[in-house]
Design a binder for this molecule. Sequence first.
Ligand code: SER
Length: 604
Amino acid sequence: MKPLSTDDIRQRYLSFFQEQDHAVIPGAPLIPENDPTVLFTTAGMHPLVPYLLGERHPQGKRLTDVQRCVRTQDIDEVGDASHLTMFEMLGNWSLGDYFKEGAITMSFRFLTEVLEIPMDMLAVTCFQGDSDAPKDEESAAIWEKMGIPRERIGFLPKAKNWWGPAGQTGPCGPDTEMFTWVGEGKPQGNPATHETQWLEIWNDVFMQYNKTAEGNFEPLAQQNVDTGMGLERTAAVLQGVPTVYETDRMRPILDRVRTLADQQDTRSERIIVDHLKAAVFIIADGVEPANVDQGYVLRRLIRRAIRAARQLRIEHDGTFAPTIANAVIEEYGHIYGHLKTKQKEIRDALSGEEQKFGATLKEGLKQFEKVVAETGAQIDGVHAFHLYDTYGFPLELTKEMAAEKGLSVDEKGFAKAFAEHQKLSRAGAEKRFAGGLADHSSETAKLHTATHLLSAALRKILGNHVYQKGSNITAERLRFDFCHPEKMTPEQLKEVERLVNQAIEADLPISFHVTSVEEAKEEGAMGVFDERYGDEVKVYTVGNEKTGTVFSKEICGGPHVARTGMLGHFTLVKEESSSAGVRRIKATVAGGPEQIEIAHEREA
Ligand code: SER
């Protein structure tokens, strides 16, 4: 096994798949574009859903990347050896190209030849089969052919060896997962027989089905492969360290925490490293602490980190979180350049939240005195939980302060209140995911096209300083954020609405072509032109170049409707401020046909 650095593993992964004809594409931001059903990008496949469903990807049929991911389901459980809120996923994809044989062969070669993991340290699992899909003997046979002995191959049900859809509908299929031995002594059995001694590091998903709204599994027109390897876990295995926190890039952050702390507590230290690292990446992708959505998750992460800091008796007057952020930026800024360009915003947001939370804790002390004045010999669970949930008092803190007054705390009652709260917030999170990953209904395609018309119309009316700052589409409305220094006048709004409707009435054709970023820029296509583009991009044109009726030209992944007439009628609902120098428009379309046609590649 090679004791490779985290940077090395990342690089070797991309190089290996590049050698196997995969195009290296940039990872997407943590905040999904045009997908309001999930808060964060949770896997490398998320930004690729349209292509997994058959849209053409400009870089071809074999892709590879490193995707920063945030998974919030288990925030309350962070602190063990291998779970992280934010992690990096190495991935490779086949969009209707190679399937099981190709994917497994490449995975096996990367593990054994590039990472040099000895074969007897490896085990795999395959899907055991049920009424929806047969047992995956095909994958097992390929593993055996590679040399993995039968006793290292476990078969597990859907709960384990099936991936997706990420929402309620969409691409999904059986997967085969790869594990390394982390138990004591010689490797034994497989993950089905010795679950806790095998650590999952990689997952190859064979997307052969589309789950429909009725719950049926229909074969996909195109068979895809979606793989994801956990970078931090793999680094821990190769570096021979017991937890992800001890790997070369995480360890310096942990050490920074320890130099600030007066006390030792492994769980608190890990929570700080995990949460503040995630917070740094989330802020860098444009989120600020708030009471809803991504901003709320961010706020919770920062506050939990500060609570953990209190446990370690670390000062938190507004400089603690920024100090840890510096360590994160030092370890990751050379790979994620935007952490460096955004370092001031990152430090300011963390410092502000740290100070705000300090004030909340002071309020909490007052509340604590009130509870004590009203209580008997024991503080009940509901009050203790209220102190925890609203004022950020860890149970330990409440217990300590209660003890100073000769009181006890009902810990069982606290645990009960805590569990109830968790159940509620889980239900909330599940609802959030249940909407279906990107909703690729005809309504969202219409609104997506309407967004292009709107942004072109805004430029025509307000000037070329207008460009997109954000876009968010639900089945009901579009929301478009753009740079513009002042409130739009009623006349301007009317003009924009009129222009868009004029373009709809002209029933302009829409098509795309694939070209280089440079050429797209040259031909005047709008775009964000940041690190998110690969070498080749898709440019969607509304109108006809030959007849000089081009209304809009924009770099975009799609999908879009085939003609503007399908939008029906466009209505501006609201114009408001979004943040300094950024305006926000909400708009709807109505009256178009229910069944739409999707825009195709233009004929050469
Ligand atoms: N989407 C799969 C996962 O998240 C493989 O990348 O595990």
